[in-house]
Design a protein around this ligand. Structure first.
Ligand code: FRU
Length: 494
């Protein structure tokens, strides 16, 4: 019976998608090469996996309109992470444990087990005692149609963890054992709880993998844990940690005790629109992450989700990044090489000296482009370098490299008449001879990477095609740029 209810809910949602998708496709703010759903709202990437020759992206999905609401798992597959084929919705709310009207099937992950594709997700219910979150399983023989396990839920919140703060299971296998890390809160402090299982269905608590003493907030959403060389990385999206919203920790892990010890931490992205990254492994062994390019209303800098809802959709994913360990033991997040396939008009210039006067730069059509250069710090004596992006009609986004105060800033206050705020990060220039800058611009986003991809800012801006100029200037002296490269980037959405 319950199988029929889920199918009925999936069919209803599919009909709505079919009814709206042609209209939504015409939306002026639609991204050209970033991952999006056909219609409606998306948030966290879920169940990212390379399975039977294709990348599968599942996603938190309200197919009905451009706001968060009753969550389904959308599903799309791709061979290159650029061009996507949308598959039927994988999970729809249908059971007592996942039918909360303002909830549904929350985030989770995927793994191959027993020749099948398994999804582990958080069911959200309201049984009269409030919002209850439990961990649940669904599986599929063909990787398209999923069935929920009749023994769901497989895990309930442990003693001391409020039932509404126990979510987002990320599963992996080590040896013959399955492991799962899940976000939780105890005494108002965030925890990542580690579980294990021999068969994917019966889970036992193993250890607290890491916890906040207050400095990292009261709840961690979407934790993820993976090896990087001989180290381990824990990523999480903390609630209540100020502007820190996508944190990673690097440390050592012992499978014998389930203990993780870390001394290094960093921010994956300092922009306003990078949240809930999830990792997966490419067939060639690269550890990749995809994240939701937006933010929540509880974040200190939140204004709103932008105007895309007027076009019947909201949300895209930041470009997929490869996680790499640097010689300093911090992590770099490098745009995947697959993106190079999108490059069109190429422009190269060996060197450019900029001063107070604005100099124009060329990059594709000025909307969908990639721009790369190095700042030659040895020959630069300016206090700061300013890059004006998506300029037109008196609007522009200003990216400042402030050498004097060691800061990078992205100012959206004049971007589009909609977005606001200045994202900031510290730059440690020290004895560095150069600073690399790499920018990906799309219709409604700007992703700026610097310092070997360790210092990154992703921000949404909602600018029309008339905002298509780029210029640069320096203040307090000259700045010397070297190895300037730019490309137009072609679209991927048919
Ligand atoms: C993170 C999150 C998750 C939850 C999902 C609900 O963005 O809040 O913790 O599972 O979104 O859509």
């Amino acid at each position: 019976m319950s199988r029929e209810i889920m199918q009925r809910n999936i069919d209803r949602a599919q009909q709505e998608i079919d009814r709206n998708k042609d209209r939504v496709r015409e939306g002026k703010m639609r991204q050209r090469y970033h991952f999006m759903a056909q219609t409606g709202w998306i948030n966290d990437p879920n169940g990212l996996i390379y399975y039977k020759g294709k990348y599968h992206f599942f996603f938190q999905y309200n197919p009905y309109y451009g706001f968060w609401d009753y969550m389904h798992w959308g599903h799309a597959v791709s061979e290159d992470m650029l061009h996507w084929e949308y598959l039927p919705i994988a999970l729809a709310p249908s059971e007592d444990y996942d039918d909360h009207m303002r909830g549904g099937c929350f985030s989770g992950s995927a793994i191959e087990h027993d020749g099948k594709l398994f999804l582990m997700f958080t069911g959200t219910a309201n049984d009269g005692k409030g919002f209850e979150q439990t961990q649940c399983i669904a599986y599929s023989e063909d990787g398209v149609h999923f069935e929920k396990y009749e023994g769901n839920p497989v895990l309930r919140a442990p003693e001391g963890v409020p039932a509404h703060q126990f979510r987002d299971p990320k599963v992996w296998k080590h040896g013959d054992t399955y492991y799962m890390v899940c976000g939780a809160s105890r005494e108002n402090k965030a925890q990542a709880l580690l579980y294990r299982s021999e068969d994917m269905f019966h889970w036992t608590f193993f250890n607290v993998l890491a916890e906040s003493r207050g400095e990292w907030g009261y709840m961690w959403e979407c934790p993820d844990f993976f090896p990087m060389g001989d180290k381990y990385v824990l990523m999480f999206s903390p609630m209540g940690a100020g502007e820190r919203t996508v944190v990673y920790m690097v440390g050592d892990f012992d499978y014998g005790t389930g203990k993780f010890t870390s001394r290094t931490n960093g921010e994956i992205d300092w922009g306003f629109d990078y949240y809930a990254p999830q990792s997966f492994v490419a067939p060639d062994g690269r550890r990749l992450i995809a994240a939701w390019a937006n933010c929540w209303d509880w974040m200190p800098f939140f204004k709103d989700w932008g105007p895309a809802y007027k076009e019947g959709w909201c949300g895209s994913y930041n470009i997929v990044r490869e996680v790499r360990m640097t010689a300093d033991g911090v992590l770099a997040f490098v745009p995947v090489k697959e993106l190079e396939a999108l490059r069109t008009e190429e422009n190269k210039q060996e060197q450019l000296t900029v001063q107070a006067e604005e100099t124009q730069l060329e990059a594709g059509d000025g909307v969908s482009f990639e721009l790369k250069f190095k700042i030659d710090l040895g020959r630069t004596d300016a206090d700061s370098l300013k890059l004006y992006l998506r300029c037109g009609g008196g609007k522009r986004t200003v990216c400042t490299f402030d050498f004097k105060n060691g800061q990078m800033l992205v100012d959206r206050n004049g971007s589009d008449g909609w977005s606001e705020g200045v994202s900031k990060s510290d730059m440690c220039l020290g004895e560095k001879k150069e600073l690399d800058v790499h920018i990906f611009s799309d219709q409604s986003s700007l992703e700026i990477f610097t310092d070997g991809y360790t210092n990154n800012h992703s921000n949404n801006i909602f600018a029309g095609n008339e905002q298509n100029r780029i210029s640069i200037c320096a203040s307090g002296g000259k700045a010397v740029l070297a190895g300037i490269e730019s490309y137009g980037l072609s679209g991927c959405h048919g």
